[in-house]
Design a protein around this ligand. Structure first.
Ligand code: RIB
Length: 323
């Protein structure tokens, strides 16, 4: 079954350079390679959801410039059900400088959001029928918070399931968190959300408890090589990480979120969708770039079949009496 996912989020033009190590402040370092391509957390997650099997409507905003034209050409040929791409006359298209280095292909990213931060109330409201028609709305925090909050509120009113990937981090209110169905921070964002230093499964569990106490119903904290913690009011589970030969970790979190949304929209249970997303992300990091690195559904299924011993581990079931 193909579910409908609406992704509201950023488009950035990415310039990615691969280096043997990250440069020091004030240092010029020669890169091994450099490439320009489509990026931005919204566009990356929309592409991942599409390739993981969903019907996708992407909503974003770009500048009235060459990068904006590049974005439109790229998005039109991606295969989305539909795109709604607003244009800003005052700000340029968002762009990102990305360094990739080291054995794990870690990255450092500097983002200039530009037009991504200029989405107006009128533009959000024009998207209401799209949001209402979707099974899932997936958003990140790379747009202006006012627009994200309104989009989420509109989805909520329409009964659309809402996933928020709180990246890059910006401070959100407790009222906003209560409005969403699933929150997907990485360890850094979980630390920023709670003030608890999240570095392993035990500290992620403490952060999850703190977030549930503020009204977050379901969350997945991704922990890099340590997998992910899935925590709901009913159970706690560990999602394993799949082995990979990393080439570029840019977009790894985006691949996880897009794939997760696609499988949830297709009707899979949360823990199975999260396991699929973990396999999907492991294939993504083996490819260079962001949106263009997103695997197909079949690639993730093949990875899961390669490692049948990797399954979801339920750590704790909360009894009906305790809830
Ligand atoms: O998550 C990766 C993305 O973050 C890149 O594509 C870059 O544009 C930044 O938004």
């Amino acid at each position: 079954m193909k579910g409908k996912v609406c992704v509201f989020g950023s488009f950035n033009l990415d310039i990615v350079t691969k280096m043997s190590r990250f440069p020091l402040p004030g240092e010029s370092l020669v890169a091994h390679s450099s490439m320009m391509g489509p990026g931005g957390k919204g566009s990356n997650q929309a592409t991942a959801a599409l390739r993981a099997g969903a019907r996708v409507h992407y909503i974003g905003k770009v500048g009235n410039d060459d990068f904006g034209q590049f974005a439109r050409r790229h998005l039109e040929k991606t295969g989305f059900d539909a795109i709604t791409l607003f244009t800003c006359k005052e700000k340029p298209t968002g762009n990102a400088m990305i360094y990739v280095a080291g054995d794990d292909a870690e990255n450092m990213i500097s983002v200039y959001p530009g037009a991504n931060l200029t989405v107006t109330t009128a533009e959000v409201n024009r998207c209401q029928p799209t949001v209402a028609a979707a099974d899932i709305l997936l958003v990140q925090l790379e747009n202006n918070l006012s627009a994200i909050q309104r989009m989420v509120r509109n989805a909520r009113q329409a009964g659309t399931y809402v996933i928020v990937n709180p990246a890059p981090w910006q401070k959100v209110s407790a009222a906003f968190l209560k409005n969403i169905d699933l929150l997907t921070p990485n360890s850094t964002e979980a630390s920023q959300l709670t003030g608890i230093a999240v570095k392993d499964y035990a500290s992620a569990q403490r952060a999850a408890e703190a977030l549930h106490a503020t009204g977050v119903r379901q969350l997945i904290i991704t922990l890099g090589m340590q997998g992910a913690l899935l925590s709901t009011e009913k159970y706690l589970a560990h999602i394993p990480v799949y082995p990979a030969q990393p080439v570029d970790s840019t977009g790894a979190g985006d691949s996880f979120n897009g794939a997760l949304a696609a499988r949830l929209a297709a009707g899979e249970p949360l823990e199975q969708a999260a396991l699929f997303a973990s396999a999907y992300a492991s294939v993504c990091v083996e490819r260079a770039g962001a949106a263009n690195a997103m695997p197909l559904y079949s690639d993730a299924i093949a990875r899961m079949q390669q490692y049948p011993e990797l399954t979801v581990t339920f750590v704790e079931q909360v009894s009906a009496e305790a809830t």
